[in-house]
Design a protein around this ligand. Structure first.
Ligand SMILES: NC(=O)C1=CN([C@@H]2O[C@H](COP(=O)(O)OP(=O)(O)OC[C@H]3O[C@@H](n4cnc5c(N)ncnc54)[C@H](O)[C@@H]3O)[C@@H](O)[C@H]2O)C=CC1
Ligand SMILES: O=C(O)CCC(=O)C(=O)O
Length: 426
């Protein structure tokens, strides 16, 4: 049975790291606080559609390998569903379901005309050739083509996928559809209808949230000490933005370990040397573990890699005064409770990482209208949207006396719940 709230789940002897379970717990709590009946939770606890596909790919050695993939469409009451596709060995059906729910919440928080979707393929792209990856990307689109489209469900990049993969997917969909259809997917290269600013949008959104959080805590970004876990799309651009703003990035990591320098790391050098999967630590002899990285002395900690990193095991050892979740699901319910009790300001994933989908929305709008905006226009619109969303959630958290995660869920579910009610679904 799903625990009623974070405090109740705290009674569990062993911490539950099931991301779908924790999502259910917080959504249920948010809907209760807003006064919605139980049937709204019943509607929202799972995606309205989940497709499992098997994708045969001829590998470079001549063998056929069959990959398993998923596409979850959480709720399309507000509009078409939208969200990234993850290529990772640890992808599971449950994870994709939770990720699709978080996308619905993000769309609600930044007020986009979408519901949430998410996809994933169980694979390790670091072990695959360019040709094999192209075959997998095209095979996935063929397998899900009936349920996706510019007005149905619009994919985008996520962990270990990038603009090249979006380009192959867009090309495959356009062939099936028999006309050029850039609005089918976002995060494309600019020459194929991509948007200025999409590549760095997630990190830009996180930076905006960090600036707002720092103001609330009276912290000056210039000279502040930052630790970033993950050096991929989100983490590396973020480290660069903060470094350029005068902060000292004292720690970064990737899947293989972390680097630490209390005087500040040379971020430009690391950016130059990282590979396309966000790996850089393999070039160094002296590394620390990801666990050690999270507990480094710093002012702001940004988990920007994978889920379940801040848990009941280490939340008491976090030294940062502000934690901003660039990754999806990096803090467990117990971790959230402990940070909150310690007075650490936790800016939750569904708010902090919503810059990516916001600029994806701008990309889709530009594709639909066939008229493109400048980088400055995109930047201005992103700032305006995220500053408003941050303060809306911060104020909700203050006035309702709830932590920022619960406040974000309360803001995020409301539009979807209202749309479902007007449609007569609940
Ligand atoms: N790319 C985007 O637009 C968005 C990404 N996110 C979230 O941000 C997080 C990072 O995504 P991206 O930067 O796009 O992925 P990416 O694939 O570009 O980079 C992932 C980074 O995390 C590291 N990593 C992987 N497994 C790890 C582990 N077990 N421990 C420590 N580090 C590990 C990798 O080495 C790499 O540096 C994910 O949770 C993703 O869902 C959220 C919103 C949008
Ligand atoms: O850009 C998008 O549409 C989705 C990005 C995404 O997958 C996420 O925010 O987790």
């Amino acid at each position: 049975m799903v625990a009623d709230n974070a405090a109740e789940s705290a009674k569990d002897k062993t911490e539950n790291t099931d991301v779908l379970h924790s999502t259910h717990t917080v959504i249920k709590n948010a809907l209760n606080k807003l006064g919605y009946p139980d049937e709204v939770f019943e509607l929202m606890k799972d995606p309205m559609r989940l497709m499992t596909v098997r994708i045969p790919v001829r590998m470079d050695n001549g063998d056929i390998q069959i990959f398993t993939g998923y596409r979850a469409q959480h709720n399309d009451a507000v509009g078409p569903t939208k969200g990234g596709v993850r290529f990772h060995p640890n992808v599971t059906e449950k994870e994709v379901k939770a990720l699709s729910i978080w996308m619905s919440l993000k769309a609600g928080i930044v007020d986009l005309p979408y519901g949430g979707g998410k996809g994933g393929i169980i694979c390790d792209p670091r072990e695959m050739s360019f040709r094999e990856l192209e075959g997998l990307s095209r095979g996935y689109v063929r397998a899900i083509s009936q349920i996706v489209g510019p007005n149905k469900d619009i994919p985008a990049p996520d962990v270990f996928t990038n603009s090249q993969i979006m380009a192959w997917m867009m090309d495959e969909y356009s062939r099936i559809d028999e006309f050029n259809n850039p609005g089918f997917i976002t995060g494309k290269p600019i020459v194929l209808g991509g948007s200025h600013g999409r590549e760095s949008a997630t990190a830009k959104g996180v930076t905006i949230c960090i600036n707002e959080a720092a103001k609330k805590k009276g912290l000056n970004i210039e000279g502040s000490r930052i630790v970033v876990q993950g050096f991929g799309n989100a983490g590396s651009f973020l480290a660069k933005f903060l470094h350029d703003a005068g902060a000292k990035v004292v720690g970064i990591s990737d899947a293989y370990g972390g680097l630490h320098d209390p005087d500040g790391l040379d971020i430009d050098y690391l950016l130059d040397r990282r590979d396309s999967f966000g790996t850089v630590t393999n070039l160094f002899d002296h590394t620390i573990s990801n666990d050690e990285l999270l507990e480094l002395d710093c002012d702001i900690l940004v988990p920007a890699a994978v889920q379940n990193q801040i848990t009941e095991q280490n939340a008491n050892k976090i030294k940062a005064g502000i934690v901003v979740e660039a990754a999806n699901g990096p803090t467990t319910l117990e971790g959230t409770r402990i940070l909150s009790e310690r007075g650490i300001l936790l800016v939750p994933d569904v708010l902090a990482s919503s810059g990516g989908v916001t600029v994806s929305y701008f990309e889709w709008v530009q594709n639909n209208q066939g008229y493109y905006w400048s980088a400055e226009e995109i930047d201005e619109k992103l700032h305006e949207n995220l500053i408003k969303s941050f303060n809306n959630i911060y104020n909700t958290s203050e006035t309702r006396r709830v932590d920022m995660r619960l406040a974000a869920y309360m803001v995020g579910v409301r539009k979807m719940a209202e749309a479902a009610r007007f449609r007569g679904w609940v």
